[in-house]
Ligand binder design. Structure first.
Ligand code: SF4
Length: 521
């Protein structure tokens, strides 16, 4: 049972976002997973007052607290640290800064003895000591500031079920894979990261910590006389994802839902093998692809065609990078090498092409859109896939993210742009009869960037005749990424080489101005 009113719930979920009964909503999934295991779930959305926090009473087992699918500071501030207040939409979706900490401290005030479990991207990526762009300083693990009982990192379905059953059976919460806990001691299975004090005062120690991060290890970090312990992430399999995504979501959305444009979207896989240094997905969803079975995805689409509001259009069929579906590897759980440079990686796109062809044939489906970003350096390895994509699955434009054309900067981003021109020409050849075009995303201000590099970027964009630039994103240092470590320390954690960084507001504004000129021929 999942409800927003009533009493005597087993578990109460508190979220910084509105609740959607939808497989793209982190809270929506956790609620459905718990419900499927027979737990009663209460939902409290964006609480501010005492009444709102206490309206469902105390839970029998625990509170679960999340900011939702985005870190509250990223949600509330622009890359230039200005409060996002300028559009009416934001006043509706506003949440407190550091929402997880604020919500937990309120719960502690009103329900002293109730266990609190924190999760979601804000908690997950702040699980160790981290650089906070908005404080411009190092903060300790969010588990200390929130005073929560336990932290769940990454996708948390397996972890939350283990936690719920242990609480129900009155068992201890130590040792659950995919969680973090504070402890007085640690055993030999843990790798010790530099302590909070060391990373706070020494840039090299901060880099050492950064290089030591992994979801696949037991890690420990010292804080004064105790330790933050991370238990290695549990293995999620195709069967797990098939079960999670086949739960009976109604796809009923909150009036102010963030998912309006994605109501009939279908997730095909999790994880990303891209390992871009500015992205923390590999430390949240994992750096290995776990795909759902073709049969399970097709079954979900068949079910969607019977949904009363379904108009025949699948809004998106994809994952973090749409064309990584099916790039699972039998060595996923044992190998830690870089998949993108590995000969064993299956880049034929065979499973994806098969899925797209079968999904298109489902009765009641008019069109299936692929709106998740694609990795064109992988797509160029299958002309057949590009043909499928542009012929059947895009609506006039395809968005790709070359990010930058300076080799110095893309090396520091760990992005490979050598196949950009090849992809663009394939796209245009295949679109001769169709009026479809590419839209480009660029990132400026990343460590290694400079006024000269951005001027070169502008000139390269002009020389290549790329006139559909969708966005120039200013780099924002988010917790736990290699690029954020470079931004804070001025050192590349992988090579310990010095890196030039642009941290001052004035220069960042100039960078943006250089590129805005492009639009003015
Ligand atoms: S063998 Fe290659 S493709 Fe497979 S997990 Fe390792 S690096 Fe990735």
């Amino acid at each position: 049972m999942i409800a927003k009113s009533g009493k005597d719930f087993d578990i109460i979920l508190i979220s910084g976002e509105y609740y959607d009964d939808h497989p793209l909503s982190p809270v929506g999934i956790i609620a459905r997973v718990l419900d499927a295991e027979g737990f009663s779930v209460g939902i409290i959305e964006k609480p501010e007052t005492k009444d709102q926090f206490t309206c469902l009473g105390a839970p029998r087992l625990c509170f679960c607290v999340t900011a939702g699918s985005m870190d509250s500071m990223l949600h509330n501030y622009t890359p230039l640290k200005r409060k996002r207040m300028d559009d009416p939409y934001n006043t509706v979706t506003r949440m407190p800064n550091r929402a997880v900490i604020v919500y937990c401290n309120k719960i502690k005030q009103y329900f002293k003895s109730s266990p609190m479990i924190i999760g979601g991207i804000e908690a997950s990526l702040r699980r160790f000591a981290h650089y906070d762009y908005w404080d411009n300083d190092i903060r300790r693990s969010i588990l200390y500031d929130s005073r929560a009982t336990l932290l769940v990192y990454g996708n948390g379905e397996k972890q939350i079920l283990t936690i719920a059953h242990r609480l129900q059976d009155g068992e201890d919460l130590r040792g659950i894979n995919g969680t973090c806990i504070i402890s007085k001691e640690y055993d030999e299975t843990f790798e010790l990261l530099p302590s909070f004090q060391e990373v706070k005062t020494d840039a090299i120690q901060f880099c050492k910590m950064q290089k030591g991060f992994s979801m696949y290890k037991n890690l420990a970090q010292e804080y004064d006389n105790n330790y933050l312990l991370q238990y290695a992430y549990p293995t999620y399999t195709t069967c797990d994802l098939d079960w999670i995504y086949s739960l009976p979501y109604t796809r009923k959305l909150h009036p102010h839902s963030l998912l309006k444009m994605a109501r009939f979207s279908v997730v095909t896989h999790r994880g990303c093998i891209g390992n871009c240094n500015f992205c923390s997905l590999s430390l949240h969803q994992g750096e290995r692809i776990v795909s759902r079975s073709e049969q399970n995805i097709l079954e979900e689409i068949r079910k969607l065609t019977t949904h009363p509001d379904f108009k025949g259009y699948i809004d998106d069929l994809g994952g973090p990078s749409a064309n990584m579906y099916g790039m699972d590897c039998e060595n996923n759980n044992t190998c830690r090498n870089d998949c993108l440079s590995c000969d064993s990686l299956d880049t034929s796109h065979g499973r994806l092409i098969s899925l797209l062809r079968k999904a298109r044939k489902i009765e009641g489906v008019k069109k299936i859109f692929v709106r998740s970003g694609i990795r064109y350096d992988l797509a160029v390895q299958s002309q057949e896939y590009i043909k499928e994509l542009v012929t059947h699955h895009i609506s006039g434009c395809l968005k790709i993210a070359p990010e930058h054309f300076s080799e110095k900067v893309t090396d520091l981003m760990n992005k490979d742009n050598t196949t950009f021109d090849e992809f663009v020409s394939s796209f245009h050849i295949l679109n001769k009869q169709k009026k479809q075009y590419l839209k480009y995303y660029f990132m400026i201000g990343h460590p290694g960037d400079s006024l000269q590099e951005v001027q070169r970027l502008r000139d390269t964009i002009r020389r290549k005749g790329l006139d559909n630039v969708e966005q120039f994103q200013l780099f924002t240092p988010t917790p736990m990424t290699h690029s954020t470590c470079m931004y804070w320390t001025g050192i590349n954690p992988l090579t310990l080489e010095k890196v030039d960084t642009i941290c001052d507001y004035k220069t960042k504004k100039i960078l943006k101005r250089i590129l805005l000129d492009i639009k003015k021929k």
